[in-house]
Design a protein around this ligand. Structure first.
Ligand code: GLY
Length: 269
C-alpha cells in the first residue's frame, strides 16, 4: 500500500489467491497466470516476508467469483487513519470491495469512512505517498472526478496532491513507481517525463531505473530497513544496497502475469 509512511506500517491486510486467478485481468506485464499453485506459494512467501519483518498480517478468504480479489490495494485508500472507499475503475472489480470495506471499518471503528460517489472512479494502486506529499495517476482506472474526491480528503488532512498522467502502456502509478523510503521514489526511465513528480521537498529525490526494470520499481519499504523487491531486477537491488537498505527478494512471476505488483497485494491500515 502506497498511502502510508514507513512509521505507519504495522498492520497489513491481504487476500488469498482464488482458484480462478488464471482469469485475472492481464494486459500490461503479463498475459495471465498459468500456475495457480505457484501463485499461491508466491503469495504465502510474500505474507511470510512481512510477518518476518514484524508486520501483523491478516488474510481474508479469496472469492473465486473475482479473479483479481488478491489485489486489495485497489479497494480502499487509508491515509492517516482516514478511509476513502473508491469505485474501482474496472467493472469486474467493483464487487471485490465489500469484505475489505467491512474489515477496514471494523478495524478502524470510530473513523469516518467516505465512499466515492457518482462517476468518480479510482484504483488505490494509482496513489503514491512520499512522506506527506501525494501523487495520483490519471489512468485508465482513475478519472478526474475520483482525483477530486481524493484531493478533498488530502486537503482536509493538510497534504498536497500532484497529478501524473499514466501512459497507455501502464496500468497504475504504482505499476511504474514506488517509495522504498519516505524520501526516495523509484521510477523507470522513459515512462514519465523527467519533471513528472515536480520539485520535491529537500532531501528527496527520484532514482530513475532502466526501463527494462519497470516491474522492479514497485517495492515495499518496511520500518525495519528491509525492502521487499521482485526477483530479477539487478539495478533496483544494487541501488537499495547502496542506500544502506536490506532488500528481501521475492519471486513474483505468477502474480506479475496478472499485472500485480508487490504493493497491489496488501493494504496497510
Ligand atoms: N489484474 C489487476 C488489474 O487489472 O486490476
Amino acid at each position: 500500500m502506497a498511502t502510508v509512511r514507513l512509521d505507519q506500517k504495522s498492520r497489513a491486510l491481504t487476500r488469498a489467491i482464488p482458484t480462478s486467478f488464471d482469469r485475472a485481468l492481464a494486459k500490461f506485464f503479463g498475459s495471465g497466470p498459468t500456475d495457480i499453485a505457484l501463485a499461491q506459494h508466491q503469495h504465502a512467501a510474500y505474507r511470510q516476508a512481512m510477518i518476518d519483518a514484524g508486520i501483523e498480517v491478516t488474510i481474508l478468504p479469496s472469492d473465486n467469483n473475482h479473479p483479481d480479489c488478491t489485489f486489495v490495494e485497489d479497494q480502499a485508500v487509508v491515509i492517516d487513519g482516514h478511509v476513502l472507499l473508491p469505485v474501482p475503475g474496472h467493472p469486474s472489480r467493483v464487487a471485490e470491495q465489500p469484505p475489505i470495506a467491512e474489515f477496514i471499518t471494523r478495524q478502524l471503528s470510530g473513523t469516518k469512512i467516505c465512499r466515492m460517489q457518482g462517476d468518480a472512479r479510482m484504483d488505490g494502486g494509482d496513489i503514491l505517498r512520499l512522506g506527506n506529499l501525494f501523487f495520483v495517476g490519471r489512468s485508465s482506472r482513475t478519472n478526474d472526478a475520483g482525483i477530486e474526491e481524493l484531493r478533498d480528503l488530502l486537503a482536509h488532512l493538510g497534504h498536497e496532491l500532484r497529478v501524473i498522467d499514466i501512459p497507455e502502456h501502464a496500468l497504475h502509478l504504482t505499476s511504474i513507481s514506488s517509495t522504498p523510503t519516505d524520501s526516495v521514489i523509484f521510477a523507470p526511465q522513459g515512462f514519465l517525463p523527467e519533471d513528472a513528480f515536480g520539485e520535491l521537498p529537500d532531501g528527496c529525490e527520484v532514482k530513475w531505473m532502466p526501463a527494462e526494470e519497470v516491474y522492479g520499481c514497485n517495492t515495499i519499504g518496511l520500518p525495519n530497513g528491509q525492502v521487499l523487491i521482485a526477483e530479477g531486477y539487478p539495478t533496483v537491488l544494487k541501488t537499495l544496497v547502496e542506500m544502506g537498505l536490506d532488500p528481501v527478494v521475492l519471486d513474483m512471476s505468477q502474480i506479475r502475469e496478472a499485472d500485480g505488483s508487490l504493493t497491489c497485494c496488501s493494504l496497510f491500515f
